[in-house]
Write a protein that binds this ligand. Structure first.
Ligand code: PGA
Length: 240
């Protein structure tokens, strides 16, 4: 793991964005996996600003990281709506360059196999950017997740159900998620993990300095050969 510690969240997001762009400049038609949530908001703003200044659209493909089961893309708080707002619509990304879970599909297993087929058709994910839950989850791979599994439906932990309340305008009953599996994520060519704020300090210490364990899914990133961890000073404050 390579640690990059910035003085604040803005600087962390800017550094991660510049490194992301530098990595992608070397790859033709890259496949990218990005997280929704609070962590990537400034990173994505940097991305939008960059492309509006350069008057062009990126030649990039996007694979969704996760989605809430039972929540459709019209609902504010769905991962798909987050990306429509922050990325796909502003950058005019055509639908054929996107593979995203439909949380209200009748056949959720088919949603899983569609995601894996997209990854395989494009010969793997080139770069994955992740946030981290306070319980150590990556995407919706909750504590206890098997690192040998690919895209799947997961039962959400209590802490994720509580955190999810902040994303929705009105109370929503979410108990399951659909997520790229740890194996799919760990096979990405490059992984960026971003975390900011005091609330992430304990879990960052466990992810970076603790043992590799299914109890902390983020700890599996320690074994990734090309993993870069972007932190602000608050999230890094408990590292020894
Ligand atoms: P956050 O979520 O970016 O909203 O903190 C991260 C996560 O739960 O993976």
């Amino acid at each position: 793991m390579h640690l990059i510690i910035s003085s604040d969240f803005e600087e962390m997001s800017g550094t991660a964005w510049e490194d992301f762009l530098f990595t992608l400049e070397k790859i033709s038609k890259p496949v990218i996996c990005l997280p929704s949530g609070k962590t990537p908001v400034v990173f994505l703003r940097n991305m939008r600003n960059y492309f509006s200044r350069h008057y062009n659209n990126p030649d990039w493909y996007f694979i969704g990281l996760d989605e809430w089961v039972g929540i459709g893309k019209d609902v504010k708080g769905s991962c798909r709506q987050f990306f429509d707002e922050h990325l796909f619509i502003p950058l005019r990304v055509p639908e054929e360059r996107i593979s995203f879970f439909n949380g209200i599909a009748e056949d959720l297993e088919k949603e899983c196999s569609k995601a894996e087929a997209f990854i395989n058709a494009h010969k793997g994910i080139d770069i994955t950017v992740l946030g981290i839950g306070t319980n150590g989850h990556l995407g919706l791979n909750e504590p206890g997740s098997d690192p040998s599994l690919r895209t799947q439906i997961k039962t959400l932990s209590e802490s994720t159900i509580t955190a999810a309340k902040d994303y929705f305008d009105e109370p929503r009953d979410v108990h399951q998620g659909i997520t790229l599996g740890l194996k799919s994520l760990l096979e990405s060519g490059t992984v960026f993990l971003m975390a900011g704020g005091e609330s992430k300090a304990d879990i960052i210490k466990a992810v970076v300095e603790g043992p590799v364990t299914t109890g902390i899914p983020g700890s599996f990133l320690q074994g990734h050969p090309n993993c870069f961890v972007y932190l602000d000073e608050k999230a890094a404050s408990k590292l020894s």
